[in-house]
Design a protein around this ligand. Structure first.
Ligand code: DGJ
Length: 726
């Protein structure tokens, strides 16, 4: 169904649609409600000035039209620059005649309802003096309580215009105080959570890395209104930008204490020359509102992601054995054949061959050579990838392979043959990061090359069942030979080039699972996750560090998408490492042949346990019960939709002498049901540490009195399976 509205009333779309509307008399205000089952985002067109305002964002109202009673129309829905706005704009442009101002007035809006869950509201705005149109798109997901917002900018001037700012969304809040939670870090230190109060002025979270969204700052945030929120209480917005390049999320508190949050592509060094008729489509800003704390916000985002945000969120994933941390570049086909045996022995689904399998003139025996030359290295793999695919097939496991198709080492045939395909300044020394350079994905020929890396592998070896797509550097000394005098387009067009390759690949190969990786977790965003089934969270696999890293991701990304591998990093027991990796998408990157018989048995049982529980972890609801940021332990659980199965993970990080831990109240269960608690993942010959195992309790007991879980011994862990008794 599609409904169309303007100052002149509502139309059915088969009729004539007025493109501009200039009421002679002050027109009545128009209320445009958007929102979900639990919150409203309401826009209001002020009949007196014809502008669009955000009238309300918050808990669901009985009657959205009531906002029209306020004399104050609200805050500018998409503030422009050059007329009367004195704060940060959502959009700024210079017209073809050099005029630096933009005015946007409401023209019309329409609603599309592709199904009962989704409503897309499109609000068209136009400059009365120039043929410039901006359409704000608000797609609301009713049941998941998520809104996706983006803008489309188009003009019909005689010559190109320059757009300097092009936000995806502009949201306003009027609360007494604002608490910003954000996530920052570095390579191997991803997702460190920090909280700060926003006071008058501007705070910016952004990145200028070009080929990835984050590494130092992550494009995610929570804003708690009036007071700090916790897992179960408080009013907040949790949001993230679906863009794999430079982003900027700007928070500005004005002189009246109102907050505006402007999210989008980072406009830094990125003014865009827009030709007449070309539409500039911004990425989506995705956000949810919760009046009941952060847990609900995360569950909203997870449910949305499983259905709409991540490729095949509703489908299963492969458990796998990866060879990166066990071999690095030092392997040959015999060694890999042994690892394929190990994959089978462990009960895992797939063997993933990592970096180092390619390059002949410049063999990839370390990270200084070979990147770009995607032919099997004949010394390591004399019988090619085909042999490994066959080996895997014979052993009834699947085969996956690592690629990094956007990059090149100077020591490569690709570099020798196509110097003009590389982003680098013509008159300055090359600047390397991990000894490599970035290919110029703004160039359609380079896009074809990247596409062909995957297409040729899959055409030659259709048995390849999985890809890990890496991206190990950001952009520096950036200059695109292809863009010539449009260098300020490079950051935007690079990401668009990448998406166009991924779009083409997904048309031809809709099903093949792919892990999104970027030198650890440098590229984790819903812009890329449309094309990927999962992501590599960090190169730091020390499980103590991982608890914090995985905790951070869990606010915005569901467990099914977070790849966690059991490795030899860290001094903790194999049990601890396994229990930590299990709280997401489990994999291994460990020398199976060096395990003791007990460790092997433990691991095989753990994989079997995981196979039994993975659907709860992947598709269930998360409840973070005790935060490692608050205590010397971390406890979280997942509950399935029917509330008849749950799994609880408890990790003791450290404990001071004499420190005791309180009981933990569970969440998300059915109070009227009886549940049996069973501790799993026990090392053969080792006594259970949990005292609650084997007991049965009602959901009411578990949620009000709670369990005595975890020990005070540092770096220990328990996993409990919680199942309804018939
Ligand atoms: C960085 C990734 O994060 C690692 O997992 C591994 O694939 C290496 N690159 C390989 O070069």
């Amino acid at each position: 169904m599609m409904l169309f509205f303007s100052f002149y009333g509502s139309f059915n779309l088969s009729g004539q649609v007025p493109m501009t509307a200039r009421p002679v008399q002050p027109a009545p205000d128009i209320i445009i409600p958007t929102g979900t089952s639990s919150f409203d985002l309401i826009f209001r067109v002020n009949g007196r000035d014809g502008r669009l305002y955000q009238a309300y964002l918050g808990k669901k109202l009985f009657d959205p039209n009531e906002v029209s009673q306020s004399r104050d129309a609200g805050h500018p829905a998409y503030a422009t620059f050059g007329t009367d706005n004195l704060f940060e704009p959502a959009i700024r442009m210079t017209h073809n005649d050099g005029n630096p101002s933009l005015e946007l007035k409401y023209v019309s809006h329409q609603e599309e309802k592709p199904d009962n869950n989704i409503t897309l509201t499109k609000i068209k705005l136009k400059d009365p003096e120039y043929p410039v149109e901006v359409t704000l798109n608000i797609r609301s997901f009713r049941n998941e309580n998520v809104i996706e917002e983006w803008a489309e900018i188009v003009h019909n001037e005689k010559k190109p215009v320059t757009v300097f700012n092009y936000a995806s969304s502009m949201l306003h809040f009027d609360a007494g105080r604002y608490w910003l939670t954000h996530f920052h870090g570095d390579w191997a230190e991803e997702m460190k959570m920090a909280e700060t109060e926003l006071t008058a002025g501007i705070k910016i979270l952004d990145s200028k890395l070009g080929s990835r969204a984050h590494m130092y700052q992550t494009p995610v945030f929570m804003i708690s209104l009036n007071e700090k929120s916790d897992e179960n209480t408080g009013e907040l917005i949790a949001g993230t930008l679906a863009w794999s390049g430079n982003f900027r999320i700007l928070f500005e508190v004005d002189e009246k204490g109102s907050l505006r949050v402007i999210s989008g592509i980072n406009p830094f060094a990125s003014e865009y020359s827009l030709i007449p008729g070309q539409t500039f489509i911004t990425p989506s800003m995705i956000f949810t509102y919760s009046g009941n704390g952060r847990g609900e916000a995360s569950r909203n985002l997870h449910r949305w992601a499983l259905k709409y945000g991540i490729l095949h969120g509703d489908k299963p994933r492969y458990t796998l054995l990866n060879n990166w941390e066990t071999t690095y570049f030092a392997f040959d086909q015999n060694k890999l054949s042994g690892l394929i045996d190990d994959t089978r022995k462990m009960g895992l689904d797939l063997f993933l061959l990592d970096d180092g399998w390619f390059g002949n003139k410049y063999p990839r025996n370390n990270d200084r050579a070979g990147l770009g030359d995607w032919q099997e290295n004949r010394a390591k793999l004399p019988d090619g990838i085909g042999y490994l695919v066959k080996e895997a097939g014979n052993k009834e496991v699947k085969f996956g392979i690592w690629i990094e198709p956007e990059m090149v080492n100077p020591a490569s045939e690709l570099y020798e043959n196509h110097p003009d395909w590389i982003l680098k300044l013509p008159n300055r020394p090359e600047h390397y990061y991990r000894n490599q350079l970035v290919l110029d994905l703004t160039n359609p020929k380079v896009q074809d090359f990247v596409y062909n890396v995957v297409d040729e592998l899959l055409t030659k070896y259709p048995g390849i069942a999985y890809f890990k797509w890496d991206c190990n550097r950001m952009m520096t000394n950036t200059y695109s030979p292809y863009l010539k005098d449009k260098q300020s387009h490079v950051y935007i067009d690079y990401v668009r080039g990448l998406y166009s390759v991924l779009e083409r690949l997904r048309k031809k190969y809709p099903d093949i699972p792919m892990m999104l990786c970027s030198g650890g977790g440098g590229r984790v965003d819903y812009g890329a996750l449309k094309y990927f089934t999962e992501f590599w969270a960090s190169d730091n696999t020390d499980p103590l560090e991982r608890i914090y890293i995985q905790w951070g991701y869990s606010y915005f990304f569901p467990a099914i998408s977070v790849c966690n591998h059991v490795t030899s990093m860290g001094k903790q027991s194999l049990k601890f490492r396994t229990d930590v990796a299990m709280m997401g998408k489990l994999g291994y990157d460990i020398r199976v042949n060096e395990m003791t018989p007990e460790e092997l048995k433990f691991s095989q049982e753990a994989v079997a346990n995981y196979n039994r529980l993975k659907d709860i972890i992947w598709h269930g609801d998360i409840y973070r019960l005790v935060s490692p940021y608050d205590e010397n332990r971390a406890v979280l659980m997942y509950v399935n939709e029917k509330k008849d199965k749950a799994v609880l993970f408890a990790y003791t990080l450290n404990a001071r002498k004499g420190e005791t831990f309180n009981r933990v109240r569970l969440q998300g269960l059915d109070p009227a049901k009886a549940y049996r608690i069973q501790e799993i993942n026990i090392m053969p010959g080792v006594r259970r540490t949990g005292t609650e195992s084997g007991r049965s309790y009602s959901g009411e007991y578990l949620m009000n009195i709670g369990l005595n879980i975890g020990s005070t011994a540092p770096l220990t862990s328990q996993v409990y399976e919680i199942i309804v008794q018939n």
